[in-house]
Design a protein around this ligand. Structure first.
Ligand SMILES: Nc1ncnc2c1ncn2[C@@H]1O[C@H](COP(=O)(O)OP(=O)(O)OP(=O)(O)O)[C@@H](O)[C@H]1O
Length: 254
């Protein structure tokens, strides 16, 4: 299983160039995509899951071309979008059951078994009867990843799943992904948070203003940055000034 991105560009209708000549080769395991707000991470992810077309360039997944074999590639994909919402008034298991039936699991008994397997996998079996929109933030993200796992996808794309989670839930979520990544699948994790990547990903890319600025191992990335990285809580105006003076690796909106 391999994903290759060659000379990918995205220019929005308003002329904004969101991706510029992206070239990446991503193998099995967990791949981290790091970058500040507006770097182009979600744009890249939406292109990879076929929700949005690139302006030019090519993506190959396991020998299939994204432009020519959308159907085949869609069958391989599990996706947790950044702004994932649940239907109100559905219990956790009902939500997954509905998502599984949309995904083509017609047999009711098999579907129920699959739903319980997924709930176990993400540590939510004890809240299977709780309404999905009443779960904690971390539980909601785990239910989101459970829906992304329906049909055993081989390419799992997760867009900023840990933003806003407390440290314990963040680690729990990372561990679920890390565990999944040992099964011959590709997991692409987009995040603002360096620790999400350094603790779990085999390789990574740093994206900023639509361009790849680093590609390689998280260890090397952290080593290169040692002694040169600062953390600061700043307002929008101050951030502008800082950006003019220093390279900003990542930003988190509070
Ligand atoms: N539909 C659109 N039309 C025009 N510009 C867009 C559109 N969607 C996104 N953009 C712009 O493209 C750039 C990249 O956006 P994108 O959402 O991919 O960034 P991101 O790295 O995911 O940021 P965040 O972490 O804030 O979600 C941003 O400057 C954004 O304003």
């Amino acid at each position: 299983m391999e994903l290759t991105i060659n000379h990918l560009y995205k220019i929005y209708d308003n002329g904004h160039q969101a991706l510029r000549d992206i070239n990446l080769t991503i193998g099995e395991g967990m791949f981290g995509l790091l970058g500040p707000n507006g770097a182009g991470k979600s744009t890249l992810m939406r292109i990879l899951v076929t929700l949005q077309a690139a302006s030019s360039g090519e993506v190959m997944v396991d020998g299939y071309s994204l432009s020519k074999h959308r159907k085949e590639i869609r069958q391989m994909i599990g996706y947790l979008p950044q702004d994932f919402r649940f239907f109100p008034k559905l219990k956790s298991w009902e939500f997954l059951d509905y998502a599984a039936s949309l995904a083509g699991l017609k047999n009711k008994k098999e579907r129920r078994a699959e739903v319980d397997r997924l709930l176990h996998q993400v540590g939510l079996i004890h809240v299977r009867d709780r309404f999905a929109n009443k779960l904690s933030g971390g539980m909601k993200r785990r239910l989101g990843i459970a829906q992304a796992l329906i049909g055993n996808p081989r390419l799992i794309i997760v867009d900023e799943p840990t933003t806003g989670l407390d440290p314990e839930e963040r680690i729990r979520f990372r561990n679920i992904l890390s565990h999944l990544s040992n099964n011959g699948v590709i997991i692409i994790l987009s995040t603002h948070i360096v620790a999400d990547i350094s603790s779990t990903c085999r390789s990574m890319a740093l994206l900023d203003e639509g361009e790849v600025h680093y590609q390689g191992s998280p260890d090397e990335f952290v080593n290169r940055a040692k002694g040169m990285v600062w953390h600061a809580d700043v307002g929008f105006d101050e951030l502008k000034t800082i950006k003019e003076k220093y390279p900003v690796i990542t930003t988190i909106l509070r």
